[in-house]
Ligand binder design. Structure first.
Ligand SMILES: Nc1ncnc2c1ncn2[C@@H]1O[C@H](COP(=O)(O)OP(=O)(O)OP(=O)(O)O)[C@@H](O)[C@H]1O
Ligand SMILES: [Mg+2]
Length: 408
């Protein structure tokens, strides 16, 4: 840890930035730079690579918190400390959900600021040592990534299957994909695996099994070592209670680093469960009016769930060659920032039908690159100037043996 860590100040209010700068200087920290929210912050952070980010958060919360989330994805190893006029518990909770390590109230004082920065950096250092195996691992549950979309046919299964394969091929990541489409989901077919059991079998046995028994219920996708928990027939789905499915997902999260949930295009109990349990929701939409409109309705409909919207990441998927839209238009319509965009590629469709995910059959295609980059970001790494190597993970090309993690 550097003796005088460099801090980037992100605040939309110039006067507040000035006051924070004074506190940074008084606390003996170095000033890496200062900027406003949004893209300005993203560019400054990627250029300056600060050791800590200080973000001023005030009403309306959306923009500063979205900025915090973007910076978290961009620099996952750099702690974010939020400061605010507010002591409101809801604001604090939202800031933490957006990735903040600590929350300080204004006026910022040198002592508490320094203590907070040093504690955050120390925690980060411990995390790194743990990853290197030099500290015992803290017990954790795996990340649950729900791929959701308010409409059928927008590419949810394509994205979830390719994402899961790409995640599984990233080193040191055990991944399971679960087909939660209780209509006619066919993740097993998309990956060309032949499951002997389904989620219905596991749900029925869920109370008697533990993590060591899971391998009996999943099928292995040999090329990626991804495990697949297949969906069941429509009739069997009807016989399953959401609580049984919840127990299955909880069990999987104790055994895998990442659990990817594919969902149907319907807003039913199962989709709500998948949204409720998610660490991160990849919300898929196309640029089509119906898809965007259904998303707006679904945001509203899910309001009663009391889930935090901060977990939502909007992914725009182009499923036809003329599916082109300016991201800003989509963002305005959805009132949310776009997290990812996947281009159209006709090989995606071929891959879907042949049971061959494009991230394996054509990893150099633009759609596959986008999906692999998405997996890298979701895995906690970040994509840097075209290389998908950072954050302790390395993409392994088809058939190549696992290689040592390359330094950034
Ligand atoms: N980026 C893309 N480029 C080209 N084709 C795509 C792309 N994404 C998805 N597709 C194609 O769009 C079709 C629908 O995709 P998919 O089955 O993944 O959608 P879905 O949202 O899971 O649908 P459902 O709601 O019916 O389960 C498939 O034929 C798939 O190959
Ligand atoms: Mg599907």
């Amino acid at each position: 840890m550097a003796k005088t860590p460099a801090a980037l100040i992100v605040d939309g209010d110039v006067q507040a930035r000035f006051e924070t700068k004074q506190a940074v200087k008084a606390s003996g920290l170095t000033l890496a730079g200062e900027c406003g929210y949004g893209m300005e912050a993203v560019s400054a952070a990627s250029e300056l690579r600060p050791e800590v980010v200080l973000i001023g958060v005030g009403e309306p919360l959306e923009r500063p918190l979205q900025t915090a989330e973007s910076l978290q994805s961009l620099l996952p190893d750099t702690p974010i400390i939020v400061y605010s006029d507010s002591k409101d518990i809801e604001t604090i909770r939202k800031a933490m959900m957006a990735g903040a390590r600590d929350f300080l109230t204004k006026p910022l004082r040198a002592g508490p600021l320094k203590a907070s920065v040093l504690a955050a950096l120390e925690a980060e250092e411990k995390k790194k040592l743990r990853q290197l195996g030099q500290l015992p691992a803290a017990p954790t549950a795996g990340t649950i990534i729900t791929v959701f979309g308010a409409k059928g046919g927008v590419g949810k299964s394509t994205i979830s299957s390719n994402l899961a394969v790409a995640l599984a091929r990233l080193e040191s990541s055990s991944v399971c994909i679960v087909d939660l489409d209780n209509g006619f989901g066919d993740i097993a077919g998309m990956l060309d695996v032949k499951p002997e059991r389904t989620i219905a079998d596991m749900a029925r046995d869920a109370d008697q099994i533990d993590r060591d028994d899971i391998s009996r219920y999943v099928a292995r996708h040999a090329l990626s070592e991804l495990d697949v928990l297949a969906g069941c027939s429509v009739l069997e789905w009807r016989s399953l209670a959401p609580e049984q499915v919840r127990r299955v997902i909880e069990l999987l999260a104790t055994a895998y680093d990442k659990v990817v949930l594919d969902t149907s295009g319907m807003l039913n109990e199962l989709a709500e469960l998948a949204v409720d349990m998610a660490t991160m929701i990849l919300w898929v939409t196309t640029s089509e009016f119906a898809s965007v409109n259904d998303s707006i309705h679904a945001f509203r409909a899910l309001g009663h769930l009391n889930y935090s919207q901060e977990r939502i990441r909007i992914v725009m998927n182009a499923i036809s060659p003329d599916d082109v839209i300016r991201p800003s238009i989509l963002q305005d319509a959805l009132r949310r920032e776009l997290f990812w965009s996947i281009p159209y590629d006709k090989r995606v469709r071929q891959g879907t039908h042949l049971g061959q995910p494009i991230v394996i059959t054509a990893p150099q295609s633009s759609a596959a690159k986008s999906l692999i980059d998405l997996a890298t970001v979701v895995a906690g790494g970040h994509v840097d100037s075209g290389r998908k190597v950072l954050g302790g993970f390395k993409w392994r090309p088809t058939g190549a043996p696992a290689a040592a993690t390359e330094a950034p």
